[in-house]
Design a protein around this ligand. Structure first.
Ligand code: HEC
Length: 119
């Protein structure tokens, strides 16, 4: 490898690593990628799939309802799907797709969306 290609290659590797970590560590981008088609880009439950679903996706901005849900139950619903918390199987399980840390960050992001904490 000559003297020019090595720094170029190194720069590309750094750039790709930077983009990957910026993407993976951002709960908002994960939410937009994985959750928005049902829960809506704003988290208000008005995603594109809503009209065709027999269960209405949770409105994560609802300040009356969201405080009633415990953080551990939000985590469980995301990790193992709606069935794990007695809700619809239309809410998918995300274990294997999202890491433990990413799910915890999304729970914190949901708390930002509703601007609330558990009761
Ligand atoms: C295919 C559609 C769909 C996708 C994608 C989806 N959800 Fe859901 N989600 C639902 C539906 C439908 C419900 C409501 C289930 C019910 O009330 O029976 C729900 C409910 C929930 C609940 C509330 C559970 C409760 O106790 O009320 C949480 C939290 C949640 N979703 C988070 C997420 C997150 C975070 C993502 C992305 C990682 C996501 N959902 C992706 C459809 C979806």
């Amino acid at each position: 490898m000559n003297k020019i290609t090595l720094p170029v290659l190194f720069t590309i590797i750094l750039a790709v690593a930077g983009i990957r970590s910026a993407w993976a560590e951002n709960p908002e981008s994960n939410y937009r990628l994985y959750c928005a088609q049902c829960h809506g880009l704003k988290g208000n439950g008005a995603g594109i799939n809503k009209a065709d679903m027999s269960a209405t996706p949770r409105d994560h901005t609802n300040r009356a309802e969201m405080p009633k849900l415990k953080d551990k139950d939000l985590y469980l619903a995301i990790e193992q799907g709606g069935v794990a918390v007695g809700k619809s199987a239309l809410m998918p399980a995300w274990n294997g797709v999202l890491t433990d840390t990413e799910i915890k960050e999304i729970v914190a992001y949901l708390r930002k969306l509703c601007n609330c904490s558990e009761e």
